[in-house]
Design a protein around this ligand. Structure first.
Ligand code: SAM
Length: 249
């Protein structure tokens, strides 16, 4: 039966590669990779010589078609991204979707994922969270996206580019409030791994005052908004009701 493996790879520390991932990549007929040159380094480290083919979500239909054709011929294909779990702010959705529609069995090989690792060690509530991926790059849409999240009570998790992290924290402090706790998780699993938990107002200054904190790979996590208690909601509902009643004839 046709088999498409979705294989997680390390997010920085090659020792995090799971044995099953090595085995699957060695045995597959073809590995679809976001950046074949980047993946070549992983391959030589683990002595994998399976042919690589470039695949990203903007790949034309021809490329997706080629991979689907190989699967339909009964070949085993593995999908990897540059780092971490494919499809998590990375390409692959279209391929998985179309493979499933054609009856291909899609099998995940679990492994590293930057936001899961960051959340697990950040010290913010992890029972409920919202993974937001990358915020829009332009300030207008970015601020609107943050405004929409301002009253969310779940822990918010973002990926952010190093050159934008200070401005993003600044916008978060303005929109969520300077007192709201946040964590910057940087270079997770690598030599300069750093976790810093502070109120947003202080975290902006901490990041701005040390250019090293504006380098490398970054996950931002923000504590959710305080939940309003039922009694407060009742009070608010009562206030609205009083106002509305006053308007009735
Ligand atoms: N698919 C990947 C995963 O499973 O985490 C994420 C890919 S996304 C294109 C890359 C972003 O993930 C980086 O810009 C950064 O925000 C985050 N990231 C990746 N590796 C990281 C690391 N070692 N430490 C902190 N953040 C990381």
């Amino acid at each position: 039966q046709a088999l498409l493996y979705i294989v997680a790879t390390p997010i920085g520390n090659l020792a995090d590669m799971v044995p099953r991932a090595i085995e699957v990549l060695q045995c597959a007929d073809l590995v679809a990779a976001e950046d074949t040159r980047h993946s070549q380094r992983l391959f030589s480290h683990f002595n994998i010589d399976t042919p690589l083919m470039a695949y990203h979500d903007h790949s034309d239909d021809k490329r997706t078609g080629q991979i689907l054709h190989r699967l339909e011929q009964g070949q085993t294909v593995a999908l990897i991204s540059d780092a971490g779990t494919p499809l998590i702010s990375d390409p692959g959705y279209r391929l998985v979707r179309e493979a499933r529609e054609r009856g291909v069995r899609v099998v995940p090989i679990p492994g590293a994922c930057a936001f899961v690792a960051a959340l697990s060690a950040a010290g913010l509530p992890s029972d409920r969270f919202s993974f937001e991926g990358f915020l829009p790059a332009k300030s207008g849409p970015r601020e609107r996206a943050l405004q929409e999240l301002a009253s969310d009570s779940r822990t918010l998790v973002f990926y952010e580019a190093p050159h934008r992290v200070a401005d993003t924290l600044q916008a978060m402090a303005e929109i969520f409030g300077a007192e709201r706790e946040a964590v910057i998780a940087r270079e997770v699993s690598k030599a300069f791994e750093t976790f810093q938990l502070m109120p947003l107002g202080e975290l902006v200054n901490w990041v701005r005052s040390d250019s090293n904190q504006q380098r490398g790979e970054i996950v931002l996590l923000v504590r959710g908004a305080e939940r309003r208690h039922d009694s407060e909601l009742d009070g608010e509902a009562q206030r609205v009701m009083t106002l509305l009643l006053a308007e009735l004839p």
